[in-house]
Design a protein around this ligand. Structure first.
Ligand code: FAD
Length: 169
């Protein structure tokens, strides 16, 4: 099956631990940056895709510099912190930035993919609607919009999901 999915890289990074300064997640809406503080005190940060297709599971430093520049614009104290580690993972980016949770034309084969940046925070709803779809062999009303066919009919999901061309949204 040909899927409307591209594989992109996304990096995240973690600073040395500091005393509590942040008790929620803050995002930089003018660009793309997010930060939260872990229980251990580390600042956990990330942002934009690296911007090219790859399965390499490692990112490049210019992207990290770009992302952290946005963070420092918002919270200048971040520039004082030493970085402990960075990592890159692969993102299954759909064309409208929203996932596909659906049956396929192959009996017994179901799709739950295209989660882009947000796959683990959505796990409860994703798991619940997907379990319903598999058990009943039909989509639940809550995942009806997340069909594979929307990319054929043009009924893309118009929300702030960030697709592969993040600068367009
Ligand atoms: C740096 C980074 C930061 C992120 N931050 C967030 C965040 O803050 N919040 C959030 O909600 N989401 C975040 N995500 C996204 C989230 O991690 C993904 O959306 C989520 O993990 C996707 O879950 P999945 O089960 O669909 O796929 P995956 O977690 O990728 O699982 C797919 C599994 O299939 C296995 N596999 C692949 N090929 C085969 C094969 N041929 N045979 C058998 N097994 C195979 C893989 O090894 C893997 O274990 C982040 C991702 C990255 C990379």
């Amino acid at each position: 099956m040909t899927l409307p999915i591209e594989t992109h890289l996304l990096q995240a990074c973690v600073s040395e631990p500091i005393k509590p300064v942040l008790d929620n997640v803050v995002t930089f809406g003018a660009g793309h940056f997010y930060v939260s503080q872990s229980d251990k005190g580390e600042m956990v940060m990330g942002g934009d895709l690296d911007g090219y297709n790859s399965y390499a599971q490692r990112g490049n430093l210019p992207t990290l510099q770009h992302v952290l520049t946005e963070g420092i614009a918002m919270m200048p104290f971040l520039s004082k912190l030493k970085m402990l580690r960075t990592w890159g993972g692969i993102m299954d980016m759909s064309m409208d930035g929203s996932p596909i949770i659906d049956k396929t034309h192959i009996e017994g084969l179901y799709l739950n993919c295209g989660w882009c940046y947000g796959g683990f925070k959505a796990t409860p709803a994703s798991g619940w609607t997907f379990a319903h779809t598999i058990a009943q062999d039909r989509v639940h009303e809550l995942n009806a919009g997340y069909s594979l066919n929307r990319f054929n009919t043009g009924h893309l999901i118009d929300e702030k999901g960030l697709g592969t061309k993040t600068w367009i949204s």
